[in-house]
Design a protein around this ligand. Sequence first.
Ligand code: SR1
Ligand code: MG
Length: 421
Amino acid sequence: MEFEAFTAQELAAYLGGVPDVRALLGDPDDLEVAEVGDGNLNYVYFVTNAKTPERSVVVKQAPPFLRLVGKTWPLSCQRMEHEVAALRRFGALCPQHVPKVYHADSKRFLMVMQRLASHRILRQGLMDGATYPRLAEHLSTYLAHTLFYGSDLFLAPDIKKQAASTAVNAELCKITEDLVFTFPFEDHPSNVYSPALPKAAIERLRTHEPLRVAAADMKWAFMNHAETLLHGDLHTGSIMVNEDETFVIDPEFAFYGPMGFDVGAVIANLLLAYFSRDWHGRIDGRDPAAYQEWLLEQMMRIWTGFTTQFLALWRDYESRSKRRFIGAQAETHAVAAYRAHFMRRLLADTLGFAGCKMIRRIVGMAKVAEITRITDAQARARIEVRCLRCAEALLVQRATLGDIEQVAMLAREIAGDPATS
Ligand code: SR1
Ligand code: MG
């Protein structure tokens, strides 16, 4: 049967027929429905009781195609089941940072979830130059808990393998494999280049061998390293914030993959905000430098907060359970050496994935607003070249950039380099 999006009346009537949701929202005749989705994949509705507006929910429905492109790009609606399962799992691990799911319907491929009415999408806040005092603390907590508790460092091996096999999300992973790791490095028809982006910068993505090798290595890791349950698309459009709270939404790309993919997505998007601030800050009439430093500080605090909490969860679990990943009889210094090695590898992965994620947002089909809203073509191209230079350095030097402070220094150098201005 051909998919038809709900009309407002149909959706209100449907929600009125779900007792738990009706209890939340009240009489279906009082409901106002607004379609607000601006994402690439799904329909999203705010449904609010007009008489008591604090009674409000979000409804998300997966059409059998990619919304960004339309019916010519079919997509299975089962992605909604992955999203619901991931929201429930992450919500159990980190309830303070994940919206509640009130209802899920696997036949209509929809869910009803908590409305975050006083929060906004982080990407929009960053474009406006807003600061969020608790962002780094919250995101590092979310990352440490979700990535640790889904991994073999915590789960018994049979449970972990079973969980990984039910979370296979092949169709959405294929989108990432293509759009993040493959097409940006080819002359692919889906790529979109901004008009003033120098040909040499595009050519370099196709021909610079160390970059090609590094990107292919990250693709391999993405496809083969089933380390933990990932969000899978943790850009700043998947994060909602206010002064006091941070929520991570939209885990429809969730699957068992490499930990650095989620951490790298956050870092990539902070760096895109950092480089594009040059434009947004100036048109706001503000010196971009102070806000750019705030962005780099968030990047560093997220990484250090994440590693501190991740290691604490790991140590606490092993001391409580008497179960050591490295083996029961290992010397204390070997335990510490392995943990340090693990975190170094995770940083290298994180930087490699961040590099791929930045490149795809510059030359791939799915862009980010902080870049596309730059109306001056020359200014946009200058910023894009900086993003590409930074991404290349992250990829090629991922194993030698020893700490996150060096990443901040690299970004500052590229932003201030007269060759890119
Ligand atoms: C074709 S879908 C494009 C992108 O939107 C999602 O947010 C993912 O990042 C995906 O790659
Ligand atoms: Mg999304």
